[in-house]
Write a protein that binds this ligand. Structure first.
Ligand SMILES: *[C@@H]1O[C@H](CO)[C@@H](O)[C@H](O)[C@H]1NC(C)=O
Ligand SMILES: *[C@@H]1O[C@H](CO)[C@@H](O)[C@H](O)[C@H]1NC(C)=O
Ligand SMILES: *[C@@H]1O[C@H](CO)[C@@H](O)[C@H](O)[C@H]1NC(C)=O
Length: 154
């Protein structure tokens, strides 16, 4: 093999092993969704919008709120409670905000949870109006977030 082909092959193989080890073993993991958002809005404003978005929804229960963290619970139609965690950090270069959000179901009673955890987070972001804010970007993938990309949130 030419050296260049070899390097490409190595990169491909290491990429495959990283991806397969990143996949959590279904039998020991709870179902969860992790999302990262970037917004061109100061974290203080993001915090206020997320908190009022959570307060306005009946199935959500607001927990501890600090400038850097918002905790909440969501109760699904099936009576399951998911724990939500929004962690806010100012971006280095601009007056923007980086938000790491997670929704975790205590039970993995369904490997594919129909996007419950994704929709828990997406609904709050959408309801707060922040998805329309300047520079809004959402990052995740199907290993970080069950049902990501296929979920249709009601
Ligand atoms: C959310 O649920 C956890 C347990 O899953 C509980 O410890 C916590 O107090 C709940 N928070 C609220 C605001 O209900
Ligand atoms: C919330 O998420 C942050 C960042 O991942 C973590 O440091 C913190 O411990 C979490 N808090 C809870 C109560 O899960
Ligand atoms: C997911 O959807 C299927 C089909 O609509 C349903 O049978 C199943 O109970 C749902 N699972 C959860 C965890 O909501």
């Amino acid at each position: 093999m030419a050296p260049r082909t070899w390097v490409v092959a190595c990169v491909l193989f290491s990429g495959v092993s990283i991806l397969s080890t990143a996949q959590p073993p279904p039998e020991i993991s709870n179902s969860f969704c992790k999302i990262f958002w970037l917004l061109g809005v100061p974290c203080g404003d993001v915090n206020v919008a997320l908190v009022s978005g959570l307060k306005g929804k009946q199935s959500y229960k607001l927990g501890v709120v600090t400038p850097a963290q918002i905790l909440a619970n969501h109760t699904s139609a099936v009576g399951q409670v998911e724990n939500l965690n929004f962690t806010l950090a100012p971006t280095a270069m601009t007056t923007g905000c980086h938000v790491a959000a997670s929704s975790v179901s205590p039970f993995s009673f369904s490997l594919f949870d129909n996007g419950t955890n994704y929709c828990n987070l997406h609904r709050v972001m959408k309801g707060s109006g922040l998805t329309k804010s300047p520079g809004f970007m959402e990052f995740s993938n199907e290993w970080l977030c069950l049902g990501y990309g296929v979920s249709v949130c009601k």
